[in-house]
Design a protein around this ligand. Structure first.
Ligand code: HEC
Ligand code: HEC
Ligand code: HEC
Ligand code: HEC
Length: 121
C-alpha cells in the first residue's frame, strides 16, 4: 500500500521507530478510533491543544497540525485550494472523524465533486 509507505516515512521522522511499529499495525488503521484518540496515543491531548484545552478560534490547533503534516499550500490538489480558506479540522474533525475516514465535499460544494474527481484532473 502506498499510503503505508508515506505514513512510515512521516512516522519515523516524527516519533521514531517505536511509534511506527505501533501505528502501522492494522488495528490502528481499522477505523474504530477517532483521529483525536489516535493522536493522543502518541502525544497526548497536547499534541494538538495547549494545556489540554481547545483554543477559542482553533488557530493554535491548526498550527500544530501543520507543524507535523505540512501546510495546506504544500499538500495535494484536494488540500491546496483551501489554503487561506479552511483549517484542517473543517474537514478532519478530530473528535468526530475516525482514522481512515475520507472527508466529503458536499457540505460546502453542491456540484458533486469528490476528492477523486479533483485528483484525477
Ligand atoms: C489531533 C488533534 C487533537 C487531539 C489529539 C485532541 N484534540 Fe481536542 N480538539 C481538536 C480540535 C481541532 C478541536 C476543535 C474542532 C472540533 O471540535 O473538532 C478540538 C476540540 C476539543 C474540545 C471542544 C469540544 C469539542 O469536542 O469540540 C475539547 C473539550 C477537547 N478538544 C478536548 C480534548 C482532550 C481532553 C484531548 C485529549 C484526550 C483532545 N482534545 C485531543 C484537536 C485535537
Ligand atoms: C477540504 C477538506 C480538507 C481539508 C481542509 C484538509 N483535508 Fe486532509 N484530506 C481530505 C480528503 C478528502 C482526504 C483524502 C484524499 C484522498 O482521497 O486521497 C484527505 C487526506 C489527508 C491525509 C491522508 C490520510 C490518509 O488516509 O492517508 C492527511 C494526513 C491529511 N489529509 C491531513 C490534513 C491536514 C494536516 C490538513 C490541514 C493542514 C488537512 N488535511 C486539511 C480533505 C481535507
Ligand atoms: C505531533 C505531530 C502531529 C500533530 C500535531 C498532528 N498529527 Fe496527524 N498524524 C501524525 C502522524 C505521525 C500520523 C500517522 C501517519 C499518517 O497517517 O500520516 C498522523 C495521521 C493523521 C491523519 C491520517 C489518519 C488516517 O486516516 O490514516 C490525519 C487525517 C491527520 N493526522 C490529521 C491531523 C489533524 C487534522 C491535526 C491537527 C488537528 C493533526 N493531524 C495533528 C502526526 C501529527
Ligand atoms: C468546509 C467547507 C468545504 C469543504 C468541506 C470542501 N471545500 Fe472546497 N472550498 C471551500 C472554500 C471556502 C473554497 C474557496 C472559495 C471558493 O473558491 O469557492 C473552496 C475551494 C475549492 C476548490 C477551488 C475552487 C473551485 O471551486 O474549484 C476546489 C478544487 C475544492 N474546493 C475542492 C474540494 C474538494 C475536492 C472537497 C472534498 C474533498 C472540498 N473542496 C470540500 C470550502 C470547502
Amino acid at each position: 500500500m502506498e499510503d503505508t509507505i508515506v505514513s512510515k516515512t512521516l512516522l519515523s521522522a516524527i516519533f521514531g521507530a517505536a511509534f511506527a511499529a505501533l501505528a502501522l499495525t492494522p488495528a490502528a488503521f481499522a477505523g474504530d478510533q477517532t483521529l483525536a484518540e489516535f493522536h493522543v496515543e502518541n502525544g497526548g491531548c497536547d499534541s494538538c491543544h495547549k494545556d489540554e484545552s481547545p483554543s477559542a478560534d482553533g488557530a493554535y490547533e491548526f498550527e500544530q497540525c501543520q507543524s507535523c503534516h505540512g501546510t495546506l499550500a504544500e499538500m495535494d490538489d484536494v488540500h491546496k485550494p483551501h489554503d487561506g480558506n479552511l483549517v484542517c479540522a473543517d474537514c478532519h474533525a478530530p473528535h468526530d472523524n475516525n482514522v481512515g475516514q475520507k472527508p466529503t465535499c458536499e457540505s460546502c460544494h453542491d456540484d458533486g465533486r469528490t476528492a477523486d474527481s479533483v485528483l484525477k484532473k
